[in-house]
Design a protein around this ligand. Structure first.
Ligand code: PPS
Length: 570
């Protein structure tokens, strides 16, 4: 294992074995207990192994963890604001002892590193959340992750790198800290200001970054996060294509782009300090910190978790120690009369200021409305429109839910015919019976099995929706929680319309088209919905239809009109 000398103090870690040793280590590592890293852990380990998290040499042990959580420092006294921990299940931790070695595998099962186990402990997550993020409110994405997703036990220890986690996308833009430094050296870039981002860049961002570089007479590194960002963000594929376009709006030879596979925590001020240390490790001399850096949005009461300039204040406080300078930036707004961007605090009464918020941008994209030139660059907007088509070009799912015999299937068939008549998108019908025959033939009707069934339908519908098609699903789907999960899986990819076919039980039973109610009453069919198993009535369905006095054709027509009014059909 080697270490690169850093130009401005400290040492850049490189935890990888060289080729020969890595091959040998890989062979023996197969015998160690092995842990399949989560998506977030894969991000963390990549940056641990290549030195982006220098001076860390592995996942934090308990003393360092405590010191970082309570005082933003390692036991050695070095500043480090974010606990980088390996969270595992109780079952996995049960057999581990200090001194053991474990193999760590990426999402494809490849061994990327081994860990020499140091401490194994159960953290107090509430204290961690309060100390690190200043809140225990689960609206904060990192607190939600800590409580709901992260495992209950932490394993600390030193890492030995065997193979870097594999990336198949944008390989030409993925570089380790050592590679970025070598590039700066080759280009003679002695001062470099880094621009951190998790969003597509528009004119305001280009202005800020360009001005910042000019202000400190430095070159510019656009260093976007492509690991994990805030749930709901624009996917990194789209963003990277946008960044590639934006490069040409800077003076030639001044600016470059490199991708950072970081798993953000949205930790505001502490995260800003973490970003600064990481950029220092990449050889940058400055980091731009703007308004609400790495902000997680609002808490459960609708108040911001952090003040807009808390991150700048914290970095100022630790400026002496940080070994990388901050270029603070106020929010920029567009002055229509001046036809240029100005910092908001330089705005006078004469300035007519224009602004388009993130929400407004999403609305305009969704409805295919104009996005003005002063706001962004034409090629960036074209890129965004490609992946955010207006609603009438997006995929969507219609989920029918209701009792057996309520009329779900018949309406679903009629709706399918109407949508096929309009054309333009592929339509797939996932009727309860069809799914049970083809996808879920081994399942019964216990709550557990019904949940599995609905999860499968949700998965298929999400894929169809993501790829621009229409999925019409017509299961009973009696449990509210599972319907909610399906909605959450689908909504990020397109539309979701829940239709409660609310035909009363008496009517369904009277119809008894399949003779199932009679058998259920006689006890010959167990766990029958409405008779001997529950049906939880939807509270937030987009539509409610009772077929007692409404023909399936009219019901389908009503849904069709609703889809039109929502913008899904033009
Ligand atoms: S679920 O709860 O969503 O998984 O149910 P689903 O996959 O839609 O399957 C419902 C169809 O299976 C038949 N059937 C039963 N339904 C409810 N309860 C029990 N115990 C049961 N056993 C068999 C019934 O024909 C349902 O079809 P539909 O079209 O709803 O009448």
């Amino acid at each position: 294992m080697g270490a690169f000398k850093e130009p401005h103090g400290g040492e850049l870690k490189n935890l990888y074995l060289d080729n020969g040793a890595a091959e040998a280590a890989k062979r023996t590592a197969g015998d160690f207990p092995s842990w399949d890293l989560t998506e977030r852990q894969v991000c963390d380990i990549e940056l641990l192994l290549n030195g982006a998290f220098s001076p860390l040499e592995g996942f934090l042990n308990k003393d360092d963890y405590d010191a970082v959580c309570s005082g933003m420092r390692l036991v050695s006294g070095v500043l480090w604001p974010m606990p980088i921990t390996l969270d595992v299940s109780e079952e996995f931790a049960a057999d581990l002892e200090s001194g053991d070695t474990i193999a760590l595998r990426d999402l494809e099962g490849v061994i990327v590193a081994t860990l020499e186990v140091g401490d194994v402990w159960t953290p107090d997550k509430e204290t961690e959340a309060r100390n690190v993020f200043g809140t225990t409110d689960e609206k904060h994405p990192a607190v939600h992750y800590l409580n709901r997703i992260a495992g209950p036990v932490y394993v600390g220890g030193k890492l030995t790198g065997i193979e870097a986690p594999m990336h198949y996308d944008f390989k030409h833009l993925r570089e380790s800290p050592a590679e970025v430094r070598a590039r700066f050296k080759k280009l003679g870039w002695r001062k470099v200001v880094a621009f951190q981002t998790r969003n597509p860049m528009h004119r305001a961002h280009q202005e800020i970054s360009h001005l910042a570089a000019r202000e400190v007479e430095a070159n510019l590194l656009i260093h976007p996060v492509v690991g994990m960002t805030k749930p709901g963000d624009v996917d990194h594929y789209t963003r990277v294509r946008c960044y590639e376009h934006i490069l040409k709006y800077y003076p030639e030879q001044t600016t470059s782009l490199s991708l950072l596979p970081l798993a953000m925590r949205m930790g505001g001020p502490r995260e800003a300090m973490w970003h600064a240390i990481i950029r220092k490790n990449f050889g940058c001399t400055h980091l731009i910190v703007g308004r609400d850096h790495a902000g997680p949005g609002n808490d459960s009461n609708g108040d911001p978790f952090y003040g807009p300039y808390d991150a700048q204040d914290l970095l100022n406080e630790y400026a002496e120690e940080l070994d990388i300078s901050m270029v603070p930036f106020r929010m920029m707004v567009y002055s229509e009369n001046k036809a240029q961007y100005i910092p908001i605090d330089e705005k006078t009464d004469n300035d007519h200021v224009l602004n388009i918020s993130g929400t407004e941008l999403r609305r305009r994209l969704q409805e295919g409305l104009e996005i003005p030139d002063w706001f962004s660059f034409p090629d960036v907007i074209t890129e965004l429109r490609r992946t955010h088509p207006p609603r009438h070009k997006q995929g969507f799912t219609v989920l029918f839910t209701g009792l057996s015999g309520s009329g779900k299937s018949t309406i679903a068939h009629a709706l399918m015919a109407k949508l096929m008549e309009v054309g333009g998108r592929a339509v797939t019908l996932l009727d309860g019976d069809i799914v049970r025959k083809n996808l879920s033939s081994e399942l019964g009707f216990s709550k557990e099995h019904r949940d599995i069934n609905i999860a499968r339908i949700g998965f298929v519908a999400a894929e169809i929706t993501r790829n621009g098609g229409i999925a019409i699903c017509a299961p009973i789907a009696p449990y509210a929680h599972k319907r909610r999960v399906v909605r959450d899986v689908i909504e990020p990819h397109g539309g979701f319309v829940e239709v409660h076919v609310a035909t009363p039980l008496e009517v369904c039973e009277q119809r008894d088209r399949k003779g199932l109610y009679a058998q259920a009453r006689a006890g010959k069919i167990k766990e029958f919905t409405g008779i001997s198993a529950p049906y939880e009535v939807p509270e937030n369905a987009e539509m409610v239809i009772d077929t007692t006095d409404v023909s399936p054709d009219l019901a389908a027509h009503r849904i069709f009109v609703k889809l039109e009014s929502m913008g899904f059909i033009k």
